[in-house]
Design a protein around this ligand. Structure first.
Ligand code: 5AD
Ligand code: SF4
Length: 482
């Protein structure tokens, strides 16, 4: 078998930390389609399954854009696809197991259609343990490429088509910021806009700094040009994306910061601006001020806390104490009084005691978040936390997750109730999946709302009267406009 070891490296904290000082280039002409691939997809279909976070959703839009430039058509029916791509997530073990389940399923499809091209990309492709497992157990995969190699899809596809061996291209070292790749956006009224890639925080449990590489900001001009185009195309909302958007600009040396970017995006006139994710450590006062100052920056902030206990936070490498987090939390609530705040929490970090877990519960009681994404800690090979001995049994962790979720649900209901009988602006996404007679969308405060309304309003912002508040959503009725 071919030796693929040159293509990848597993997570290595020492190596990864060295990368900070290295230059990043912003490249506008890296993407191209080889002549013989221009029409290769004519009459053929592609299927992409996206796992994980918004960064992956946005990457899949680039993959779609590239494939459509080669004349492929999208399909939601995996069985009729000529190209299948799994855009994977590595954040927790269960995310990876789901992908391996699908890999097994595609094996059968390939038996029926030997010309089918099957590719795996995204964060799992950046992990050495995953590549080893694929090489040993899943040789039916034609193509593996990493998060830094997306723009090379036309060439990689070409190799996979004309080559009998598995094509693996995973650059372990992140390179540059690649501009001007095609995009087919999933929505006609809401858009993801990358503002930076990678993460330099190195929280001890997290695989992301290794799979997505070091922090690299896009240039402000490139971001604003993209948003201006979206405004022209009638988009109503952008979500600025980065693993830690607060770090925006720190690597650029041109004086730009996330606060200044927020202001520039607000001035484009796009009706709604959201952003995710923020790290509490470098959430500046300027940012709070900017959010409070512009009506088109939505009052909804995702502020992952992970734990309410100082020792656990320290072991997680989070760079803030409970007290510092609470200070920031209250400063936000003070300057943006009705602001929605959501969070992420990990329970069962190695050796977490009952008392330490109770600190998380008490912090939750104090913050009364609008919503939380809660997880049981999942060791990720190569990260510092994965080397820590752990004396907490899984059943105990499951119990803690259950206890935490009880509080999460109680507070979610309470926070939704604050909108009861109010008139709220809703950006209408489409018919509700559960009840096609109803429409669904999000309020400025990022509340999901199902309501009776006019289907002509899909993609528009309308006013809705809230008639009912449930744990997971609001219900309402559209207010007729004269
Ligand atoms: N185990 C469990 N949860 C994790 N997260 C990140 N890494 C892990 C892990 N190893 C959670 C964090 C993060 C969210 C995106 O996923 O809460 O904020
Ligand atoms: Fe992971 Fe921490 Fe970076 Fe978030 S900030 S992506 S949790 S390392």
């Amino acid at each position: 078998m071919k030796d693929y070891s040159q293509y990848f490296k597993g997570p290595n904290l020492k190596e990864a930390k060295k990368r900070r000082g290295e230059d990043v280039h912003h490249i506008h002409d890296a993407f191209f389609i080889p002549q013989e691939m221009v029409n290769v997809g004519k009459g053929k279909k592609y299927y992409i399954h996206t796992y994980g976070c918004q960064a992956n959703e946005r990457d899949s839009e680039t993959l779609s854009g590239i494939l459509e430039m080669m004349a492929y058509q999208p399909t939601t029916e995996i069985k009729e696809a000529d190209v299948i791509l799994l855009n994977t997530c590595a954040i927790r073990e269960n995310a990876e197991e789901k992908v391996f389940g699908k890999v097994g399923y595609v094996k059968n499809l390939k038996k029926k259609n030997p010309n089918l091209i099957f590719g795996l990309c995204g964060c799992m492709a950046q992990e050495e343990v995953v590549i080893q497992r694929i090489l040993q157990k899943h040789p039916h995969i034609d193509l593996i490429f990493g998060t830094h190699n997306i723009h090379r899809l036309p060439e990689l596809l070409k190799e996979a088509m004309f080559n009998k061996e598995m094509v693996v291209e995973v650059w372990s070292k992140e390179g540059d910021v690649i501009e001007d790749t095609p995009v087919t956006r999933a929505s006609k009224h809401k858009a993801w806009v990358n503002i930076m890639y990678g993460c330099n925080k190195f929280c001890t449990y997290c695989i992301v700094p290794y799979t997505r590489g070091k922090e690299r900001s896009r240039l402000m001009d490139d971001i604003i040009e993209e948003v201006n185009q979206l405004v022209k195309d009638g988009y109503q909302e952008v979500t600025l994306l980065g693993q830690n958007v607060n770090s925006y600009g720190k690597d650029l040396d041109d004086g730009s910061s996330f606060a200044s970017l927020l202001e520039a995006v607000a001035k484009t006139g796009i009706p709604r601006i959201r952003f995710t994710t923020s790290h509490p450590w470098d959430f500046s006062k300027d940012m709070i001020h900017m959010i409070a100052s512009y009506d088109n920056i939505m009052p909804a902030i995702h502020l992952p806390v992970q734990s309410g206990n100082d020792e656990v936070l320290k072991l997680m490498g989070r760079r803030y104490s409970r007290e510092q987090y609470l200070e920031l939390f209250h400063a936000i609530k003070e300057e943006i009084p009705d602001c929605t705040i959501t969070t992420d929490i990990i329970v069962g970090f190695p050796n977490e005691t009952e008392e330490q877990f109770e600190d998380t519960l008490s912090l939750y009681q104090e913050c009364e978040y609008d919503l939380a994404y809660t997880f049981i800690y999942s060791p990720r090979a190569g990260t510092p936390a994965a080397k820590m001995a752990d004396n907490v049994p899984l059943e105990e962790k499951e119990q803690r997750l259950y206890r935490l979720n009880e509080v999460v649900n109680e507070k979610a209901l309470k926070q939704n109730q604050r909108f009861l009988n109010q008139e709220v602006e809703v950006l209408v996404d489409g018919p509700s999946k559960r009840d096609p007679q109803m429409l669904t969308g999000y309020t400025k405060h990022q509340k999901l709302i199902n309501f009776k309304g006019n289907p002509d309003c899909i993609g528009k912002r309308v006013m809705v009267k809230v008639t009912e508040a449930k744990t997971w959503a609001l219900k309402g009725e559209q207010i007729e406009q004269d």
